[in-house]
Design a protein around this ligand. Structure first.
Ligand code: CMC
Length: 431
């Protein structure tokens, strides 16, 4: 969508101006199209962290950080969390519309048909130390999957792109589960296509070779909910990485591996792991005040993990849903969870504190997700793999959208050079 609105940028030194069109989307702040700025004024824009830059047009996810709204293809996250399944949300993200019953059945069947990986890939895991960080392994194995499809995937073909989406979403549960099995010294488990997507993942993680595996439906639903909530989140750091890698026409699996590497960071997907570590360190409700004080101290680099968000300046809508789910899960599974008590009290204290109120720092999606993963017996170091498992759906949907974009071109940010002026090389003996 476009409008007749424009913004004129004038260089006060030369008096030269450029009229930049303003583009309006369905929702959200309009954007100034500065693509002619360099040509007309010989200047770039400066926006460290891209806080004021729209990097693409996208029809997948909309979020309003001030109001705490999150929509996927127009559907509110609260409604998807309540009524949908992860598999259906994947379909929605990739195809743009909710499926009818036949489309959903076909999609689910197709994901199952792509659940296996080449047997050689299973041996790839043994190249890692038993205690390798799961995100390091996941980055490697997903990158390795690219080698099986590199020669026979035409990224310009819509048919191949849809096949790729099914492959990525279909294979991720097995790839993640194998990390856990390898680290635990357990044999790898093939998917059981009689089970749902989420239950199958739990089966591949937890089944014992000698025993029948019966999943706890409460646990399956809790995990499904978390996966729905993590499926996509607009142009965050990992998604932008996937798009940037995709813009170079790299293998889609390599693009997803690049997204996984980015997600690993504790400012991004690694926060769920950091939250549980922090809650364990706090250890007791009586120590909370001391940690809150540290977070406020400018001379202390410590931050309250799970608080704050680049875009949400209101309660993250996903955090609200997870908070309740976490409470219900612990109750239904009769788990005594002291960390949950600490988390709730920490949230209460921080939300009443002037420092957090002024800076609009609210709990984010990762504040409670780690507690659910912990209740599901997922090792702390694997929490971010769980995030990656769900987010692969968003990454591949965003990659597909990029590849279809008529304005497609390689991503190439510019810079403000502040290094040394040109100088002559000094031979080693003279330095
Ligand atoms: N604890 C204490 N102070 C904080 C926190 C925090 N968690 N987050 C931000 N601040 C302060 C920060 O010090 C700054 O204060 P001042 O204005 O006095 O300098 C102010 O709030 C603004 O912070 P910022 O660093 O400019 O905000 P940002 O948008 O660059 O950072 C963030 C966003 C998520 C990286 C940051 O809030 C943070 O480090 N949070 C903790 C890590 C975390 O939970 N990350 C998960 C993000 S959500 C999951 C995802 O989508 O990947």
């Amino acid at each position: 969508m476009s409008s007749t609105r424009s913004v004129t940028i004038t260089d006060n030194a030369t008096g030269k101006s450029v009229e930049c069109p303003v583009l309006e989307g369905e929702y959200g702040a309009p954007v100034i199209d500065i693509r002619t700025l360099y040509r007309e004024l010989g200047m770039f824009t400066f926006d460290v962290g891209y806080g004021s830059t729209a990097s693409c047009r996208s029809a997948i996810t909309y979020l309003d950080g001030e109001e705490g709204i999150l929509l996927h293809r127009g559907y509110p996250i609260e409604q998807l969390a309540e009524h949908s399944s992860f598999v259906e949300v994947c379909y929605l993200l990739v195809h743009g519309e909710l499926p009818d019953a036949a489309q959903l059945a076909d999609w689910e069947h197709a994901l199952k048909m792509h659940g296996m990986t080449h047997e050689h890939l299973s041996r790839f895991y043994s190249g890692y130390r038993y205690d390798a960080h799961p995100m390091s392994v996941l980055t490697g194995v997903v990158g390795a999957v690219a080698s099986y499809y590199h020669a026979n995937t035409d990224i310009a073909s819509e048919e191949d792109r849809m096949l790729t989406a099914r492959r990525v979403i279909g294979k991720m549960p097995g790839l993640v589960a194998k990390i856990y099995r390898y680290a635990s010294g357990l044999p790898f488990v093939y998917p059981d296509n009689g089970r749902s997507y989420v239950e199958n993942f739990m089966y591949m993680m937890y089944s014992w070779p000698t025993e029948p595996y019966v999943a706890n439906p409460v646990a399956v639903r809790a995990l499904e909910l978390l996966m729905i909530l993590h499926a996509d989140h607009e142009q965050n750091a990992s998604t932008s990485t996937v798009r940037l890698a995709g813009s170079a026409e790299s293998s889609p699996f390599a693009c997803v591996a690049a997204g996984i590497a980015t997600l690993w960071g504790k400012s991004h997907g690694g926060a769920n792991e950091a939250v549980v570590q922090m809650l364990e360190e706090i250890g007791d409700v009586k120590n909370i005040r001391q940690f809150v004080d540290r977070a406020k101290d400018k001379d202390d680099p410590f931050r309250l993990m799970g608080f704050g968000h680049r875009v949400y300046k209101n309660y993250d809508p996903r955090a609200k849903i997870i908070r309740k789910a976490c409470h219900d899960l612990l109750e239904e599974m009769h788990l005594n969870q002291p960390l949950f008590e600490i988390a709730m009290e920490l949230e209460r204290i921080a939300l009443e504190d002037e420092y957090f109120i002024e800076r609009k720092l609210y709990p984010n999606v990762d504040f409670y997700s780690g507690l659910i993963y912990q209740a599901l017996n997922i090792p702390t170091a694997m929490f971010t793999c769980m995030f990656a498992l769900a987010r692969s759906a968003g990454w591949i949907a965003q990659w597909t959208e990029l590849m279809r974009d008529p304005e497609f071109r390689i991503g190439r940010p510019r810079q403000l050079y502040v290094g040394a002026a040109q100088r002559d090389y000094v031979p080693l003996a003279e330095r």
